[in-house]
Write a protein that binds this ligand. Structure first.
Ligand SMILES: NC(=O)c1ccc[n+]([C@@H]2O[C@H](COP(=O)([O-])OP(=O)(O)OC[C@H]3O[C@@H](n4cnc5c(N)ncnc54)[C@H](O)[C@@H]3O)[C@@H](O)[C@H]2O)c1
Length: 415
């Protein structure tokens, strides 16, 4: 084996990374504070849609893979990779509690010459200004007897085209020596490394990638409203513009941007800018447009169906083919429609049930008969396994926010 790695936080990022490290011949221990996750993994059950139970079962049989909720295992490894959440607090500001807690938990077990790599997305300066001092105050000399690096995670759950090993990996160190130590380990795991000069640059790179998407998707949402008023199909415009061989990158409108990254990371940057007394007008505008999008979708439904009508919402998750509801705009849309007095049901093969105002809503199967029973079907998430042809053929009316259906049909309406 090539060495021992502890992956802290076994969610959408940490679990696939732990599996990749194992496949590259590292001894791996996965650490998570959520006992239900550890239990599920020990029983060979996957909680991620990208991973089959059989893959987890195989891992649990491996002598080189272990799961634990106990941080003392950290003393047995060479490298510790931190993949815990970095959400927003209730003031929409960075909440680094999970990262700080992970550091606090492992501090008593650190041993000389270990490498710590932070993969959680965060604002520029976190590694140097928040995390490094937590180690130094305990007497560690970073770059001398302990190594600290930052390497943003670029995984796209549900995306079958890019595997974790094939996505170029940005790496950075708290010092040159830290970068070299990180490089030596990560070159064994990832096909292409992209070293940058500082942890700040690596942190900013990740936020810039996601902020660019945030701003551009919001722009497309604004354009889709304008195009509707101009009686122009925005999807056809984007398709046509995409034929330009340079300078145009397609982004698409939708029901609103969700997930743990795209709507969150730009606000980390906004907070950092505010700390310096600077403005982030693009981010503010994109956030405003994104926040308004669920209300706009509801307004479009109001134009198609009278209040009290029976609606089927297709897709609760923020994007296709995953079971992640975090920041999903489907939720405010569904809730808003319920509040307005519509009779709302949903279909999402990835979400068995959902509670709103203490009422439990269950995933509904769709069939020719059931579809014909709704006054309107609202397509919010385009999971691959959904039968779009059946929806197109059997629904009385459909509102499609993902450009999946044939709009030449008179009962199909598009964003
Ligand atoms: N989900 C994505 O698509 C994605 C993509 C790129 C980057 N990221 C970033 O990666 C980080 C992790 O995101 P995620 O989607 O994997 O989150 P997640 O919620 O799916 O997983 C995080 C895991 O960390 C565990 N955890 C929390 N605190 C812990 C602690 N102190 N010690 C041990 N375990 C702890 C949680 O129980 C959970 O299982 C975030 O910073 C996120 O922004 C996410």
């Amino acid at each position: 084996m090539k060495g021992k790695i502890a992956v802290v936080g076994l969610g959408y990022v940490g679990l696939p990374l732990a599996i990749l490290c194992h496949s590259k011949k590292f001894d791996v221990v996965g650490i998570d504070i959520d006992p239900s996750k550890i239990d599920s993994l020990k029983r060979g059950k996957s909680y991620l849609t990208d991973l089959e139970d059989s893959e987890i079962e195989q891992l649990s049989k491996s002598k080189h893979f272990a799961y634990s909720s106990n941080f003392s295992t950290v003393k047995e490894v060479d490298t510790i990779v931190i993949c815990v959440p970095t959400p927003l607090n209730n003031k929409a500001e960075p909440n680094l509690d999970f990262v700080k807690k992970a550091f606090e938990n492992m501090l008593p077990y650190l041993k000389p010459h270990q490498l710590i790599v932070v993969e959680s997305s965060t604002y520029p300066g976190t590694t140097e200004e928040v995390l490094k001092p937590m180690l130094e105050i305990e007497g560690w000399e970073i770059g001398q007897n302990l190594y600290l690096g930052y390497s943003p995670e670029r995984i796209d759950p549900g995306n079958q085209l890019f595997s974790l090993a094939n996505i170029p990996k940005i790496i950075s160190g708290s010092s040159l020596q830290c970068l070299h130590v990180l490089q030596d380990v990560y070159k064994e795991i990832f096909n292409e490394l992209v070293p940058v000069k500082s942890t700040k640059i690596a942190e900013m790179t990740k936020i810039v990638e996601n902020t660019q998407r945030f701003i551009n998707i919001s722009f497309m949402n604004e354009l889709s409203k304008l195009s509707e008023n101009l009686d122009i199909d925005i999807w056809e415009v984007i398709e046509a513009a995409s034929t330009k061989p340079y300078g145009f990158m397609p982004y698409y409108p939708g029901p609103g941007i969700g997930g743990h990254c795209i709507p969150v990371d730009p606000l980390y940057l906004k907070w950092k800018a505010q700390e310096l007394g600077l403005k982030t007008d693009f981010i503010d505008l994109a956030k405003k447009i994104n926040d308004e999008q669920p209300a706009y979708i509801i307004e479009r439904i109001n134009r198609l169906v009278e209040t009290g009508g029976k609606l089927l919402v297709i897709g609760l998750t923020y994007k296709k083919d995953i079971n992640d509801l975090r920041e999903s705009s489907s939720l405010p849309i569904l809730e808003g429609l319920i509040d307005q007095g519509y009779e709302v049901q949903y279909h999402d093969p990835f979400i068995a049930q959902f509670t709103y105002h203490e009422v439990v809503y269950y995933h509904q199967d769709i069939s020719s008969e059931s579809l014909a029973d709704y006054d309107c079907v609202i397509l919010l998430t385009d999971h691959s396994q959904i039968n779009f042809t059946l929806i197109e053929q059997k629904s009385k009316k459909v509102f499609d926010t993902r450009n999946c259906l044939d709009t030449t049909l008179p009962h199909v309406y598009k964003l």
